[in-house]
Write a new protein. Structure first.
Length: 206
């Protein structure tokens, strides 16, 4: 899969650095998650009025969703989430490195994500500048964002993909990614995970 843009190069370099510091980053993410999900306990119950319904609607209350990366797909990922939703990625695989790449599709893009992941690599790469966030998760570990914050902030339709080569050695992949001048690293492995089904389509509502 071709990915020549600078954003991709920065991302894969960050993956390699993050892999060696995963325990520290995971702890940091856990602290951040606990901070963002704390709900005041002293607030009085909201009256049942039209105004209170609007202010307490799902779109007005950012949430945190735990998504499990499996071989090969995403579990626990809704088809619709409110803007401001933070994704917490957990990798259930014992062998495969997985990622959660969220691409905000153009408003005039009518093709389904299933159709987009079947495009030639050069055509699919045209969407890479639209990546909002990337979360990486080593095998059997919790993930951490290496691009963006892990939060889906902009309303719209998103393609969610994992572009790690099937069967690639996690340490070898990240080390090679840090050395790559552009595009994916040269490592042994099969097609990207999205080719074998690791993709999803999500609507982020305002």
């Amino acid at each position: 899969m071709s990915a020549p843009n600078p954003s991709y190069r920065r991302r894969v370099g960050a993956l390699a650095a993050a892999f060696g510091l995963s325990s520290l980053l995971i702890a940091a993410c856990s602290d951040a998650a606990s901070t963002t999900t704390t709900t005041p306990t002293t607030a009085a119950p909201a009256p049942t009025t039209a105004a209170s319904v609007v202010t307490t609607s799902p779109a007005a209350m950012p949430v945190e969703i735990v998504v499990r990366a499996v071989d090969f797909g995403y579990e626990g990922l809704p088809t619709t989430v409110p803007a401001g939703t933070t994704i917490v990625l957990e990798n259930s695989s014992a062998m495969e490195l997985h990622e959660f790449v969220a691409i905000r599709l153009p408003d005039d893009e009518t093709r389904s994500v299933q159709e987009l992941v079947q495009l030639p690599p050069q055509e699919l790469a045209a969407f890479f500048p639209l990546v909002e966030t990337v979360i990486i998760a080593p095998p059997g570990e919790a993930g951490f964002p290496v691009e963006g914050t892990g939060t889906l902030t902009e309303p719209g339709r998103y393609a969610i993909i994992c572009a790690i080569p099937t069967g690639a050695d996690p340490a070898e992949y990240l080390a090679a990614a840090a050395e790559a001048e552009g595009g994916p690293p040269e490592v042994e492995g099969g097609p990207p995970h999205f080719v074998v089904g690791m993709w999803a389509e999500v609507i982020v509502e305002a």
